[in-house]
Design a protein around this ligand. Structure first.
Ligand SMILES: *Cc1c(COP(=O)(O)O)cnc(C)c1O
Length: 344
């Protein structure tokens, strides 16, 4: 009897390109993208810009680089950026915002930025204060368990930004999860911010890549910073082809990841040792807390791994599981059974 491979729910970045995606990559027409001559990169950029109802887009190697290019394009050193608590740009980017862009990030609220939180964080125009030039939203919000920043809430933030002359950027690494879950078209989200990014290498299943989207002149300026950070690639059409494939075939299916996350959450929430608000499970991420009298998150992660379920500790008692395109209903069932066995 061969052991089953583990159910790997550590992240939706673990997905490997499918045979059909690899075939699309194999067949991609390519050119030198630094010369703007890679037809597949150009097609991807046009496709993503159109999807979000915006003028232009830029293919970049990673979500972290997309965020750093955005900071450099929007801000000058010494500027203040207001962002929701736990934002990726602050937490998971190795200090790049300070090191590379020279901005300070002021964290507010619980992750999903509101207009009231932004209002309270804006300082008077006084030489003591760093000027807030950028409001930063993340949607869905990774560290708050993939929760969605509702469009109406985002539009209130946008209105305040316009009144106060502050730019508004959205780290939309998982924005298509939000679009699928809410059934609100990507273009509506695209119209609610000055610029945004999406990740192709999360739920969409590509090996590499993110895309920045915005006005033509903003993307033009972002282009220079992509070069500065070393992110200008050559025959990148081979990677962009994966993105085009994913936009065609892997967007609607995100609903399946959401359904499985919901099913797992319902089963986990029924366990006495687990604290999990079902209203927090809105997309493909499930985050729950374990009763400290029972075990720590690290112990859960280790014991679950030994039994074939890979998960991720995001706090002393908090565990995160992420559903993605390599997890089917059988994987869901195994994850549920193993979690019950450990925590009942
Ligand atoms: C994953 C992620 C990114 C980018 O991460 P990379 O690993 O650099 O691609 C940015 N923002 C959010 C919210 C993410 O979840």
């Amino acid at each position: 009897m061969t052991a089953l491979p583990p159910v790997d729910l550590r992240s939706d970045t673990l997905t490997r390109p499918t045979p059909a995606m690899r075939q699309a990559m194999l067949e991609a027409e390519v050119g030198d993208d630094v010369f703007g001559e890679d037809p597949t990169v150009n097609a991807l950029q046009e496709r993503v810009a159109a999807l979000f109802g915006r003028e232009a887009a830029l293919f970049v190697p990673s979500g972290t680089m997309a965020n750093q290019i955005a900071l450099k394009t929007w801000c000058r050193p010494g500027d203040d950026v207001v962002a929701g608590e736990g934002s990726h740009v602050w937490y998971y980017e190795a200090g790049a915002a300070g090191a590379l862009s020279g901005v300070q990030i002021s964290l507010v609220g619980d992750g999903l930025l509101t207009a009231a939180q932004l209002q309270a964080a804006l300082k008077p125009d006084n030489h003591q204060y760093a000027p807030t030039t950028l409001a930063w939203v993340e949607n869905t919000h990774n560290r708050s368990g993939g929760r969605i920043l509702p469009l109406a809430q985002l539009q209130e933030v946008q209105q305040l930004c316009r009144q106060r002359g502050v730019h508004l950027h959205m780290d939309g690494a998982r924005l298509l999860n939000a679009a699928v879950a809410t059934q609100i078209a990507p273009a509506a989200w695209g119209g609610a911010v000055d610029a945004l990014s999406i990740c192709l290498s999360k739920g969409l299943g590509c090996p590499v890549g993110s895309v920045l989207v915005g006005d033509r002149d903003w993307i033009w300026r972002a282009h220079r910073f992509r070069k500065m950070l070393g992110g200008a690639m050559r025959q990148a059409g081979i990677l962009a082809a994966a993105g085009l494939y994913a936009l065609e075939h892997h967007v609607e299916r995100l609903a399946e990841d959401h359904r499985r996350a919901q099913a797992f959450a319902e089963a986990a929430a029924a366990l006495p040792a687990v604290t999990l608000g079902l209203d927090t499970v809105q997309t493909n991420i499930v985050a729950f807390a374990i009763d400290p009298a029972r075990m720590s998150a690290d112990t859960f992660v280790a014991q679950a791994a030994a039994r074939g379920l890979l998960s991720y500790a995001i706090g002393p008692q908090r565990v995160r599981l992420v559903f993605h395109l390599e997890i089917d209903d059988d994987g869901l069932q195994r994850a549920v059974d193993l979690t019950r066995a450990l925590l009942s």
